[in-house]
Design a protein around this ligand. Sequence first.
Ligand SMILES: Nc1ncnc2c1ncn2[C@@H]1O[C@H](COP(=O)(O)OP(=O)(O)OP(=O)(O)O)[C@@H](O)[C@H]1O
Ligand SMILES: [Mg+2]
Length: 253
Amino acid sequence: MPGSIIAIANQKGGVGKTTTAINTAAYLAEDGASVLIVDLDPQANTTSGLGIDKHSLSQDIYHALYDETLVSTLLHQTPHGISLLPASPVLAAAEVELVDIAERERRLRKVLQQLDFDYILIDCPPSLGLLTVNALAASDYVIIPVQTEYYALEGLGQLLHTIDLVKQGLNPELEILGVVMTMHSSRTVLSNQVREEVKKHFPDKVFEGVIPRNIRVAEAPSFGQPLHVYDKRSKGAKAYKRLAKEVAGRVKK
Ligand SMILES: Nc1ncnc2c1ncn2[C@@H]1O[C@H](COP(=O)(O)OP(=O)(O)OP(=O)(O)O)[C@@H](O)[C@H]1O
Ligand SMILES: [Mg+2]
């Protein structure tokens, strides 16, 4: 039985889902937890960001969605202390094909119920389609990364609505663990205003650990490394370390 399953979701593209999944996972693992990242995005950025060539995989999460018994053969142990259930571009087909399959929203749940990790983090694609619904149906919690920019709140209503629908039908246990502000520029008035605005919408949910805009964060994936390996002294690394502590503190043990 898995410990805490956490979906990292926001249908808006480029808000820091993948970066948050990789680096939160890395710091949870550094603290001694067993951690799996599930790459549920056909872009497979988590897979490549952890140093695995997405084009070299013969099988990946896509295959496990159809046959959950395969999952143990699909796990990769990365050199960074995190396990990975990788994705590749073929996963894009699942969004369409799953529509005709029995219990289509619970495929991922079946896969993950077979695993035993302290934490499973799911990196969702930038859409509210069947893959994201599978992630929400499989999770105890959802973390919502929000980029501190003018349009930050746009689309969040739709995401919250989807979370509510999943709670009503597929997964009543689902809880929002928190909202993490990403790519924050502390020097701009706008960033601080946006954070205050988001706090108003999500009282008690916004993580204290704000992720600054930091070039080292953007560079690390091209080396296939999480920040604690690439540059643990960078501001971005310190922010993710703090966030991981908050995440560990918020989940029910
Ligand atoms: N704190 C940060 N500072 C600087 N660059 C960042 C930061 N966080 C993320 N980035 C960069 O911003 C881009 C988008 O981040 P990321 O891939 O994590 O977002 P995403 O939400 O997963 O995107 P998608 O919706 O396409 O999956 C990436 O190039 C990433 O390296
Ligand atoms: Mg991503």
